[in-house]
Write a protein that binds this ligand. Sequence first.
Ligand code: 4NP
Length: 162
Amino acid sequence: MSQFDEPLSVLFVCLGNICRSPTAQAVFEQQLQAAGLREQVRVDSAGTGDWHIGHAPDPRSVRAAARRGYAMEHLRARQVSRQDFHDFDYILAMDDSNHRDLKRLQPSDGKAALSLFLPWAPALNEREVPDPYYGGEDGFDAVLDLIEQASDALLNHLRQRL
Ligand code: 4NP
């Protein structure tokens, strides 16, 4: 039996857990809320790296999200663990490097379906959410554009499982 009550669970993973994956968490939680499914799906995010454990999201991510009405400043970074593969149904990687690191961590008996996030929206025709950390503010808007579309597609998929 699960220690959690929600029927489904999703974990978004990037490198630092301060830009892309907390953005995905905030966007997806709001889409679930709008769809009346917030209580049906547990959502979390984590990083493959340990540099930012306990840190708030990058202020540039917070600002870009706030411009579109998403709140994420309350989130705090954590590192992904092997246990997450037992606790989540879906683990969604932001880029190929994250995906490779997660495959190395994945226990053989974990329940989580591990995949890249963007291919959930085939119309995007993109594999990776580019790391915005070393770029300018516009990179953070580009991250949101991709995440909003992939979240929408993921939500449509999950609806069929609820
Ligand atoms: P994220 O972005 O993986 O989207 O959270 C990054 C955040 C921090 C670093 C790299 C990427 N860093 O090198 O500290």
